[in-house]
Design a protein around this ligand. Sequence first.
Ligand SMILES: [Zn+2]
Length: 266
Amino acid sequence: MEILSAMSITGIAASVAHCMGVSPPAAAESPLKPVLEKAERVFGNLKAERVLIYNPDAVALWLYPKYTELFSEIMLRTQLALPLRSVMPTVTPVCFASMYTGAMPEVHGIRTYVKPVLKTDTLFDALLRAGKKPAIVSTEGDSISKIFLEREMDYYILKTPEECNRKAIELMQEDRYDLITVYNGDYDAQMHRTGPESREALDTLKKNAEAFASLSDAAEKYWSGRRYLTVFAPDHGCHEIDGGLGSHGLEMEEDMNVIHFFGFHG
Ligand SMILES: [Zn+2]
């Protein structure tokens, strides 16, 4: 029996906007109820002053029950885990465009593996309209480094995931931004080469969990005294194919279902 998650990654944009008290992007679908309910319990009528969105690539939902221990550093730093459904085709630019516009691919217009600058309203645009300062920290050539360009915001486009994570921590320390998006594409790259469950890929997944843990710990240190939200938010899943390789892009459970985690700090 194939089960697709009931809730969609298109709910992320409005959920984060709501937590920060800003109007959602123009075409965004409804926010995710569990996120709003938890936000209300932790923040009350107040809003999150800071948000960290950590976007690892291709972390499938099925990895979570099968390799739960690899997720423990994430679980220990968050209070809510949500299985979400990605969008078709399950490739990086299409899915991140849906996550940040809150809209389906036929609405935002990126429907294949292409990386044009999105003209559709995004969470970043919604924040800028509200006078907030977002920043993107991502590796060069990757979707997140390209499709959200041409906004009046800061982009830190670096060579490696490690550099991105160090830069994001530095930005938190300087406390210059209201929302920081950090992209790590190393699990995706590794699982394509050696398969999603290869030792190398699982080591990279562990690295992603540790990166989120380090970023969360930095938030606790540098954003202390503020209300803030941390989100672990992959774009799509993955599956093994012949030859010990990994792939994604299909409308199958393994590619469509992802797991997101949320940390609320009041
Ligand atoms: Zn991807």
